[in-house]
Design a protein around this ligand. Structure first.
Ligand SMILES: [Zn+2]
Length: 173
């Protein structure tokens, strides 16, 4: 039976996008939800589509532009499936801006501040921040275990800073 390949290092790809650009450039690049979905499509399916249920590599258009429907099993998959943006209630644009802030700030940023900046409740910001941290931790663990076959260039300074912070046991965010 086909087993869906975990989209490893997805977060590293996000970080690659955020690396070296400032808030103004970021806001220009991601001005609306469509910009974000299109970016995710490039990361996830840019090198070819594969159904995460059955492994088939042929697809039809899905229910919207950011879905792909499998030709074999009919599964209509969102580009956000199996990512940190999976099943989110808030607009993807807000989530993108949160990831940007979480990864750009060298010193801590409270979830109150984070929520205020993008316009979500503190609880939402807190939950999402935990998701981002968990994903980053998973990526960095995978990397330490040597299970990663990604371009080194994708590992931005942010992860190195995170690793340093963990070593010194200081809060990163
Ligand atoms: Zn399928």
């Amino acid at each position: 039976m086909f087993k869906a390949k975990y989209i490893s290092n997805f977060i590293l790809n996000y970080l690659a996008m955020f690396k070296g650009i400032n808030a103004i450039e970021f806001s220009k690049k991601f001005a609306n939800n469509e910009d974000c979905y299109k970016y995710l499509i490039t990361i996830k399916w840019g090198n070819g589509y594969q159904c995460s249920k059955c492994g088939c590599t042929d697809s039809y258009k899905g229910r919207t532009y950011y879905y792909c429907r499998c030709k074999q099993c009919g599964y209509d998959e969102s580009v956000t499936a199996n990512t940190i943006f999976h099943g989110m209630k808030m607009p993807v644009l807000k989530a993108f801006h949160m990831v940007f802030r979480l990864t750009a700030k060298k010193k801590g940023m409270s979830t109150v501040e984070l929520g205020t900046e993008v316009g979500v409740e503190q609880k939402t910001a807190w939950l999402f921040k935990r998701k981002v941290q968990a994903a980053m931790k998973k990526d960095s663990d995978d990397k330490l275990k040597g299970h990663v076959d990604i371009d080194e260039a994708l590992v931005g300074d942010t992860l190195l800073q995170l690793a340093e912070a963990q070593k010194r046991r200081v809060p990163y965010w």
